[in-house]
Design a binder for this molecule. Structure first.
Ligand code: GAR
Length: 218
């Protein structure tokens, strides 16, 4: 089974969705370790409850981004992962880190990229008046939140939505699309080649696949 290392910074609800999928055999992966940059991340408890190895690499203990990322690479590579998953990992990574894992590094972002890269995506979506918001899973490249898109799920924005309510509905979609993308990768159906995404040998459009178009058996 492919070996996966998951990086988190917080609650780990996406991590939980991936753990659940791996345990129900929907998603044939071995989660080799969960690494957090914050010692108090709730996701660490979720991993421990599932008997998954955990590590904390506290970014505040390093002189700079380079040193922190080097320590992270060193730790991650002890598990020899086939895939590294950023599941709410709230650190910008150095080019060296990203290049080391190109083609086997994916992230989930709480917006329909290329709209709303960066932080506070739900507040910004509401303020901008968009009717549709959502979540994106993408391969990570050196452009922050700009890597090739794999899968997106849309969520309708209601006229009286608060950022919290919208975030909750987006998260529900995140929990569906992230394990699915990891399953595709584990089944070797998903490949990044020359900065383009291929699923079952078919090149995906710039905006990836729309989850609404995904059929049951995919
Ligand atoms: C998720 O909404 C994820 O998309 C977002 O952080 C949240 C983590 O929640 N990630 C980013 O904003 C990355 N820049 P979780 O810890 O409950 O999975």
């Amino acid at each position: 089974m492919p070996s996966v290392v998951i990086l988190i910074s917080g609650s780990g609800s996406n991590l939980q969705a991936i753990i659940d999928a791996s345990q129900s055999e929907q998603c044939p992966i071995n989660i080799a370790a969960v690494i957090s940059n914050r010692a108090n991340a709730k996701g660490l408890e979720r991993a421990q409850q599932a008997n998954i190895k955990t590590a904390v690499i506290d970014h505040t203990q390093f002189n700079g981004r380079e040193d922190f990322d080097q320590a992270l690479v060193k730790q991650i590579d002890t598990y020899q992962p086939d895939l590294v998953v950023l599941a709410g990992f709230m650190r910008i990574l150095t080019h060296e880190f990203v290049e080391h894992y190109t083609g086997r590094l994916i992230n989930i972002h709480p917006a329909l990229l290329p709209d709303f890269p960066g932080l506070n995506t739900h507040e910004r979506a509401i303020k901008s008046g968009v009717k549709e918001h959502g979540a994106t899973v993408h391969f990570v490249t050196t452009e922050v939140d700009g890597g090739p898109i794999i899968l997106q799920a849309g969520v309708a924005v209601k006229s009286n939505d608060t950022a919290k309510e919208l975030a909750q509905r987006v998260l529900q979609q995140e929990h569906r699309i992230f394990p699915l993308v990891i399953k595709w990768f584990a089944e070797k159906r998903l490949v990044l080649n020359d900065n383009k995404v291929f699923l079952d040998q078919q090149q995906l459009p710039e905006t990836g696949i729309n989850y609404a178009q995904v059929t049951e058996n995919q």
